[in-house]
Design a protein around this ligand. Structure first.
Ligand code: HEC
Ligand code: HEC
Ligand code: HEC
Length: 429
């Protein structure tokens, strides 16, 4: 199996290098970003700071408990573990010797100062849409940070992914540099939102499925992606994370506070909680509004689950009956006897998309390791959910989730004890 993958990768590499020599890649570098409509734009460093916050550069480039932007955070992926580099202005171990041209090349082309091709774990496939002017502002801000001396650690990648030269093939197949091109048919606000969502905030880096070589698969209705063992649901599916049927206000509230306070019910957990906590809550509400306008205009597939039904009430037998007992004992106090929720403490589970999606990775992880929405200015002390990995067995967790999934208003795949087992052990997040 492994051998086959290796051979396939090398064959692809050769094929792609052939293609590369034939293709003349068209790059759009001169484009102007749709200007900010709301935030202060006069001060370049301030504008850069706002963009760096939305781009979430800091958390990825900061080790747990480490100096901000000094690198060292380990990012586990199917290809091995990446360790982020130091991007403080330290001249020897950071990017203190870089020019704004070097920085632009990294963001726009995914190349380091010495010409090395960069791995797309650094989401330059999205950042390539950022305009030169905005990249310069981000660089100006990064230069104001405290220089920190901290040597970079090498990545720990499996063969053949540790072969950096193979990225030439990967890029020929999957990467086209190009600044965001405004759509003249659309409003200034829509274009600003599209620029932020597709480029700076790189939502698709998590929310779209990747192929076996780690490239985002483009299609009209992409499936969601797997990130740090969580499933990042699709933004173009109504049963997943599509927000086309939400009001703009609800979308802004969710992005800013990590929680909606009334229907449609949603809360940001796992990696999404980090995005809200570190990045989105600090973003100007007007910018979030522009993102909401764009998100609502995305194509959408299907309909959201019907929240009205509540859990199955017919006499239950077997595993569903056991699931109901476990629910009444361990969950009903917070989530309500029929899954109607007990706001403000805990949200409804009946018809909740986080429960009803085909993928059961997230509900399993939440029941195992608990659910912790981010504390934000708009929701400073959210309630949390305790972990059940020490108290409930795999088959019990499968039963209680299958019972909860009777409130989805349609047939959904069954959760099995094996799936719960696969999610035990060393949470990545
Ligand atoms: C999801 C995590 C992640 C995010 C978000 C991220 N980076 Fe990175 N970045 C990485 C990784 C991993 C590398 C190393 C890539 C490699 O070695 O090929 C990297 C490499 C870089 C490099 C190249 C450094 C060098 O020495 O070659 C620069 C510059 C950089 N990032 C800046 C940024 C900036 C600016 C942002 C925000 C706009 C950002 N990164 C956001 C993960 C991230
Ligand atoms: C680091 C990966 C990551 C990034 C970046 C990210 N998300 Fe998410 N998102 C997730 C994961 C994982 C979930 C599922 C967990 C949850 O429901 O909170 C999620 C859930 C959501 C939901 C579902 C809410 C519901 O109905 O339950 C929405 C909407 C959403 N994200 C929007 C966005 C937008 C918009 C962006 C860009 C500004 C974004 N996300 C960026 C990982 C990410
Ligand atoms: C102490 C209260 C409490 C208990 C007990 C509890 N939960 Fe939760 N649960 C929460 C909170 C708080 C959240 C985070 C979402 C929110 O802000 O309401 C949550 C979130 C969830 C989510 C994700 C919902 C979403 O939209 O992201 C699922 C699924 C879930 N709980 C299932 C269960 C199950 C199954 C049980 C019983 C085994 C259980 N919970 C027990 C409080 C609780």
């Amino acid at each position: 199996m492994k051998r086959r993958i290796v051979l396939a990768v090398i064959a692809l590499a050769i094929l792609a290098l052939v293609l590369l020599s034939r293709l003349r890649v068209e790059d759009r570098t001169g484009g102007e970003a749709p200007p900010p409509l709301f935030a202060d734009t006069a001060n370049e460093v301030e504008r850069g700071r706002a963009l760096v916050l939305l781009a979430d550069c800091g958390p990825c480039h900061t080790a747990r408990g480490g100096e901000p932007f000094a690198g060292g955070r380990a990012i586990p992926t199917p290809f091995g573990t990446f360790v982020t580099p130091n991007i403080t202005p330290d001249p020897e171990t950071g990017i203190g010797n870089w020019t704004s041209d070097d920085f632009w090349r990294a963001l726009h082309e995914g190349r380091s100062r010495d010409g090395r091709l960069l791995y797309p774990t650094f989401p330059y496939t999205n950042y390539t849409k950022i305009s030169r002017r905005d990249a310069d502002a981000m660089f100006a801000y990064l230069r104001t940070l405290k220089p920190v001396r901290r040597e970079n650690r090498p990545h720990e990648l499996r063969f053949p992914y540790d072969q950096r030269w193979l990225l030439a093939a990967w890029r020929a197949l999957f990467f086209r540099p190009g600044v965001y091109e405004p759509d003249p048919e659309r409003s200034a606000e829509w274009n600003r939102g599209a620029y932020l969502v597709q480029g700076v905030a790189h939502c698709s880096a998590c929310h779209e499925a990747r192929n076996a070589l780690g490239a985002i698969q483009s299609s009209d209705n992409p499936a969601g992606g797997l990130v740090l063992d969580w499933y990042a649901p699709s933004l173009t599916r109504a049963r997943e994370a599509g927000v086309q049927h939400w009001s703009e206000e609800d979308i802004v509230t969710f992005l800013r506070t990590g929680r909606t306070q009334s229907a449609p019910h949603a809360s940001a957990l796992g990696p999404m909680a980090e995005v809200v906590y570190e990045s989105l809550q600090h973003v100007h509400p007007g910018e979030l509004h522009a993102m909401a306008v764009y998100l609502k205009s995305l194509p959408v597939d299907g309909a959201p689950p019907d929240a009205g039904a509540g859990f199955a009430s017919a006499p239950l037998t077997g595993s569903l009956a056991r699931g109901r007992e476990i629910y009444m004992e361990h969950c009903a106090d917070c989530h309500g006897e029929r899954g109607e929720g007990r706001l403000p403490a805990a949200i409804p589970l009946a018809g909740n998309r986080a429960v009803c999606m085909d993928s059961v990775a997230n509900p399993i992880r939440i029941v195992l390791y608990g659910g912790y929405p981010p504390g934000t200015e708009g929701s400073p002390r959210p309630f949390g959910m305790p972990p059940f990995y020490p108290t409930l067995r795999n088959d019990q967790i499968a039963s209680v989730l299958n019972y909860v999934r009777t409130g989805c208003g349609a047939d959904v795949p069954r959760v099995t004890a094996d799936e719960v087992e696969r999610n035990r052990g060393g949470p990545l997040w």
